[in-house]
Design a protein around this ligand. Structure first.
Ligand code: ADP
Length: 162
């Protein structure tokens, strides 16, 4: 069975993430979306458990997709679950440098693993979780940015913050 892992912060999940998830799910028998604790973004808007719940709601209709958490090194997580393919989305050249560095570091830590880059859909190239948070906190409409299943939860959290 072919398997892959799609790791990220997903704080919160966007339509750009969903596009990568649905496309990657067609390439593998099983795809695990992994909410990874990110040391460079230690405190998120949503807790890891909330992000997992939102991703589960958004992927309910994709039978070969599951959601999990990784709170250590991705390489250790992959070894533990026995998966050696990581999928990443690439929006623009600006993503490339960091993603390439991460891919090489992971390869050093776990030589059997491969990172597969999927290019962003043109309509989502500009989209990031931070843009969603920015627009929403200024009371802009995020309907086109996030999956419908989680829009209200995101708006409530951001606009009702103290
Ligand atoms: P963000 O940069 O939005 O905070 P994450 O850290 O959750 O996103 O990113 C997880 C993965 O999803 C990364 O590989 C990232 O490049 C990819 N990704 C994020 N947004 C998009 C998008 N709009 N289109 C394609 N890939 C994306």
């Amino acid at each position: 069975m072919s398997q892959a892992v799609y790791p990220g912060s997903f704080d919160p999940v966007t339509r750009g993430h969903m596009d990568i998830i649905s496309r990657a799910a067609k390439l593998f028998d099983h795809l695990t979306v992994v909410v990874a604790h990110n040391l460079s973004k230690p405190t998120g808007l949503f807790t890891v458990e909330e992000r997992v719940q939102m991703l589960r709601r958004c992927t309910e209709k994709l039978p070969n997709v599951s959601v999990d958490v990784c709170d250590g090194l991705l390489a250790d997580y992959l070894r533990k679950v026995g998966v050696n393919v990581v999928v990443k989305g690439l929006r623009a050249m600006s993503d490339f440098e960091q993603e390439f560095q991460q891919a090489l570091t992971n390869k050093q830590l776990y030589p059997e693993m491969e990172t597969l880059f999927i290019s962003s859909a043109v309509e989502y190239t500009y989209l990031s979780s931070s843009i969603v948070k920015q627009v929403c906190s200024l009371r802009g409409d995020i309907t086109d940015f996030v999956p419908p299943e989680v829009k209200d939860e995101i708006v409530n959290r951001i606009q009702n913050r103290a």
